[in-house]
Design a protein around this ligand. Structure first.
Ligand code: OOG
Ligand code: MG
Length: 262
């Protein structure tokens, strides 16, 4: 279904309410079974406009569902994108209040910080390499606004690919000399390793996920720009968190980043 601008804004306002009050809602396709991927991105665009109108600033973009572990966990077979705002950014080492979120989960990721704008179509891995200032270990905190963290592809896209918070490491590492497919990514809770994977799990090369995001964002009328942070997607399945958890993501060669939940 290609939905009109009024319905896109109405659905975006509904999801904005769920996000700001941390309330679970039924997935959009229950009431709108014809909502397709294109229509869902119209809702996500309308949601982004509501945030920017409300004084939030765009900080970057993310890839979702770029690894098999994530696709299998969520039962969705195609990567997605979501936008990141300045107020979703959480400083490394600080504390996130679980009460502000519906049912948060964490994912260990590799984040790219851009030094130059990327093309809006036909973006290649070489373009990404040429435009990246450095990479950093990251923890993405996702929080589907849908009941029981269950959704389908159009519903999750409309809900900004479950974006909620993101935490990036303080030390950047240039890409030169890194074997981008062979980084070991581990996720720990309270000092104990919970899961790990290789960076190749993300589309054989996390830079390929960034190139894909550049094209999808371009098709939405946006652009990956210098200074933005781009999350390339969870390497492992996402882990549900509870108050008291100290979460650490470590990427070999890049160091680690921590965040606490209260
Ligand atoms: C969708 C977002 C997935 C990732 O890194 O794969 C994502 C979800 O699983 O709720 O951010
Ligand atoms: Mg993610």
């Amino acid at each position: 279904m290609s939905i009109d601008a009024d319905l896109a804004t109405e659905l975006a306002a509904h999801l904005l309410g769920a996000q700001t009050t941390a309330t679970a809602v039924t997935k959009l396709t229950d009431a709108h079974p014809d909502l397709d991927v294109d229509g869902a991105y119209l809702v996500q665009n309308a949601l982004r406009a509501l945030y920017l109108d409300g004084g939030h600033h765009l900080a970057g973009w993310k890839a979702g569902l770029t690894s098999r572990a994530k696709m299998e966990q969520m039962g969705v077979d195609r990567p997605t994108v979501g936008f990141l705002t300045d107020r979703m950014a959480v400083s490394a080492g600080s504390t996130i209040d679980v009460a502000d979120l519906v049912h948060p989960r964490v994912e260990p990721e590799v984040a790219f910080v851009l030094a130059a704008d990327l093309p809006t179509s036909g973006c290649t891995v070489d373009d990404v390499l040429a435009s990246t200032a450095h990479v950093v270990p990251a923890i993405e905190v996702i929080d589907s606004r849908y009941e029981n963290f269950r959704f389908d592809l159009p519903s999750v896209i409309a809900d900004n690919s479950s974006s909620a918070r993101f935490v990036v490491g303080t030390e950047g590492t240039p890409l030169d000399g890194l074997d981008r497919a062979a980084l070991t990514v581990t996720l720990s809770r309270n000092g104990e390793e919970v899961d790990s994977g290789l960076s190749s799990a993300v589309m054989e090369d996390p830079a390929a996920a960034v190139a894909l995001v550049a094209d999808i964002v371009g098709s939405l009328g946006g652009r990956l720009e210098a200074g933005m942070t781009v999350l390339s997607g969870g390497v492992t399945a996402a882990l549900a968190v509870s108050p008291g958890d100290l979460i650490t993501a470590t990427v070999s060669g890049l160091g680690s980043v921590e965040v606490r939940f209260a």
